[in-house]
Write a protein that binds this ligand. Structure first.
Ligand SMILES: [Zn+2]
Length: 341
């Protein structure tokens, strides 16, 4: 790949790009993830490897000549609101003196409605901004860790999403990133519902191992992955804001899959980095601007459970900002088709 030949010219950039520090028994957190706090990459908000590529003449092109792209994605961890959080919503509405709100959420406690089965609403919102996105569904079985729905119960919704031109991909469960058998079973389960091959992937909790997870995904027949980012810090894990073919340092060769690196996960901003809305916006628009300067792809993970209140407003703010900049806002599948020719 021409991209690799350029990056290899600078040993420090090549080490950053290939995640050399993640090989050879690097520290892992409780979910077997390499956390940003252990990384030597102290400039996670700067796409250093991508900037180097651009300086050397690399310039990706998008279908209508848009200056950069935004890859919008949603991991579907839950479609039912838990009884506990419904109880909490009732209590907090009461505390605010909002009796009508309290009654409404108390009614939901008993109802069979699925408050996070909000795919149509998400798609309608994105359509207003001329955008599309990817929905990654879990395909777990009862007894699996974090099993919370049966994907077969959503055949109609999944068909509706795919028919409208949005993408349905696999959200691999807790073991899928390191267990080819689990990965194959989950892929098959989702394909049986979708009725066609699944090509896009993101692992639950961003669990990922360099380079093994890429190798497993490639062998399982996935065409791209969108997991590669830090859970504990937003930004550019290997200095890249361009989709790329990963390189396996142990095998000394490139891996047959496209990585569309993850830039921002919603809960990284609030739950991990503890940023308020103002600071979260500062860092988010810095990352969008940095991606724009490199003509890269800004990849956003916004859970369907984050499409409420202030969090929904924040999502819309990102859509508005990127539309004003003329970005191409689309699914992982469409990015793949544009970039991986
Ligand atoms: Zn998840």
């Amino acid at each position: 790949m021409r991209m690799h030949a350029i990056l290899q010219q600078d040993p420090e950039i090549w080490r950053l790009f290939t995640c050399a520090e993640e090989y050879n028994g690097s520290f892992r957190d409780g979910y077997d993830r390499f956390p940003h706090y252990m990384s030597n990459n102290r400039e996670p908000f700067e796409p250093r490897a991508s900037r180097y590529l651009v300086e050397k003449g690399y310039r990706p092109e998008y279908p209508d000549g848009q200056p950069f792209a935004v890859c919008l994605t949603h991991d579907i961890d839950a479609v039912y609101r838990s009884a506990l959080s419904k109880g909490y919503a009732t209590l907090s509405a009461l505390k605010r003196g909002n009796l009508a709100g309290a009654l409404a959420s108390a009614r939901q406690l008993r109802s069979k409605r699925l408050p996070f089965c909000n795919f149509r609403e998400i798609m309608a919102l994105e359509e207003e901004y001329g955008a599309r996105s990817s929905f990654y569904f879990l395909a777990l079985a009862p007894g699996d860790q974090d099993y919370s729905y049966d994907v077969r119960d959503f055949e109609e919704e999944i068909g509706m999403i795919a028919d409208a031109g949005w993408e349905v991909g696999l959200h691999g469960g807790h073991r899928a990133y390191c267990d080819p058998e689990a990965l194959a079973v989950e892929k098959q389960r989702l394909e049986a519902v979708l009725g066609r091959p699944v090509i896009g992937y993101r692992n639950h909790f961003l669990r990922f191992r360099v380079p093994e997870t890429w190798e497993h995904l490639s062998r399982a027949g996935f065409r791209y992955d969108a997991t590669f980012g830090y859970a504990d810090c937003v930004g550019f894990r290997n200095g890249m804001c361009h989709p790329f073919r990963p390189y396996n340092l142990q095998a000394g060769r490139e891996i047959e899959i496209l990585e569309i690196p993850l830039t921002v996960m919603d809960c990284t901003l609030d739950a991990y980095m503890r940023l308020d809305a103002g600071r979260a916006w500062e860092v988010t628009h810095h990352l969008i601007d940095a991606t724009e300067r490199c003509h890269g792809v800004f990849t956003l993970l916004w859970h369907n459970t984050y499409m409420e209140g202030e969090r929904l407003k924040f999502y819309e703010k990102i859509l508005r900002y990127c539309r004003e900049k003329g970005a191409w806002m689309t699914s992982g599948e469409e990015i793949l088709n544009a970039v991986d020719k």
